[in-house]
Design a binder for this molecule. Sequence first.
Ligand code: GLV
Length: 322
Amino acid sequence: MRKKVLVTHQVPGERIHELAQHCEMNVWMGPGLLPASTLAEELVGCQGLLCLLTDRIDRTLLDSMPDLEFVSSMSVGVDHIDVAALTERGIAVGHTPGILVDTTADAAFALMLSAARRIVEADRYVRRGNWRAENAWSPEFFTGKDVSGATLGIVGLGAIGRAMASRAAGFGMRVLGWNRSPREVPGIESVSLDELLVASDFVSVHVALTGDTVNLLDADKISLMKTGAVLVNTARGGIVDEQALAQALGSGALYAAGIDVFAQEPVAMDNPLLALPNVVVAPHIGSATTLTRTQMADIAADNALAAIVGDPMPYCVNPEVQ
Ligand code: GLV
């Protein structure tokens, strides 16, 4: 009997068509994202799920899905999935590491440059008609902060953190790095998290969101940051205390921030970070290039296909169940 697989969104790429030939596939066609209640209805009787990071897979959902055999997420992060609960049930979880490393590091670097050089603020200034003769080029007009030659602190030395370091090398930056399990990486000075926060002009967050990293950059840690520093977060919102960050940015303790990820997504319009001119925001687009999203979809489909035919998933978060 062909296995039933729910795909929670239309995805790009070719491999999804290959997957369709090996199972009874039900693709949510929208509009918009699949609501949690509909996910629970549509998943009943399915052996497989190909989901996005916007789908929450928790114990309550799993308790009513006795047939589920695998979950393949089109994301590298799996904080939307209760991996321990799936592992207990022998359900394999696939994800898409590797392929989005450079794209996400590019986005982090772009946010860092934009925040430092006030690019978005300047864009708004021009479009609003404020660039007039009485308000034009002058010695201090739109002055920002130098990236070249500054010190970058990288929180989390996984593949994306290391890709950030190689970009920083091209800008002549000194690079400090902190990793939960200490890691020696050529070109990166390994320091404690506190030392990194005290010494860095720019801090970029690249850890996964886990029980150990929730609120890693809380009010105390943020208060250690160098006066006038810039924080960039393309990892996950829950890692940084948004209220404390907004306060530090509003008081001038920090110079600016570039934020692609929020504790609640889509972000609420009353989030204090949105009220600050020195914050460049983006709607969780770190991996958003056409090529990378296509490759992520292909890997997610390959993980699902492997699970269907009884092979180990190429990229499995809990390989012990395979
Ligand atoms: C993006 O945030 C991902 O986890 O793939």
